[in-house]
Design a protein around this ligand. Sequence first.
Ligand code: SF4
Ligand code: SF4
Ligand code: SF4
Length: 285
Amino acid sequence: MPAERWQDVLGPQALDLALLALFIALALISFFRKSVRLKYASLVFAVGYMGFFKSHLISVVDIFGLIDRNLPIFKYNISYYVLGVFVLASTVLWGRLYCGRVCAFGALTQLMDAVLPSRLRVDVPRNLDRNAAWIKYGLLAFVIVYFVVTHDLLVYRFVEPFWMFGLFGTTAMWIGLGALLLATVFVRNLYCRFLCPVGALLGVISNVTVFEIKRWSECKTCKICEKACEWGAIQGPKIVKTECVRCDDCERLYADQKKCPHWIILLRARPSAPKSAPAAPSVQA
Ligand code: SF4
Ligand code: SF4
Ligand code: SF4
């Protein structure tokens, strides 16, 4: 039998790899430019391509594969590894960027949040929010122990809804998903904030994030960003790295010379300063 040539292996994967590279580039550009429009373009791409077209999301099944050293064969699944390396590297560098704009389910709930009327939202009391965030770590520990003991992969059906993008599932699973999405109408990003084991794992890795979100000294008393954060990831001056998904909302405020007290105080203290105020980090609308 003739040896398999690389062009024969890569050929069928070329379009998929090109689209994944395009998507990752879009996600990174939107992140670095802090552009709202590009971020929503990434979210739509995530739902359409990574979700419904490819059904390629990081799942507890990948964690099981790592534990069992039973991962897909590299040469036939290059995009699987490209996404895996991107998720790991981006989390170490910037935090849960994957959750903020690459994961199809997180993107879906963020898009829901953008189109649903804000009056439907229920603000979860801060204490409850902080305590409920621990549930996902408990679920992560549970599924890992359960898998190690039973080797039952199918536990994923009970702890994550990502199967929905493959449009399969039992009636009970669809009913459960419907209830989850209905609850998400009222509580923003409910699954991501409180229940997702993958988000919990990425949160643990985020503890070693290299490039953290900057803060002004005024952030010690100012609550504007804390109130604006839809992920409960700001506590006083502190960014809770495990919960932050690098959505950019607070970073846009950080650079906003009309809203951020740091700039307002600075500009008031310099009344004779020219109208072009001190350079702020570049932020795109
Ligand atoms: S928390 Fe889970 S569902 Fe939400 S964006 Fe992250 S990986 Fe996806
Ligand atoms: S608005 Fe400015 S000062 Fe207030 S918390 Fe945000 S970055 Fe800090
Ligand atoms: S608002 Fe800031 S702290 Fe909150 S999730 Fe977005 S980037 Fe992270």
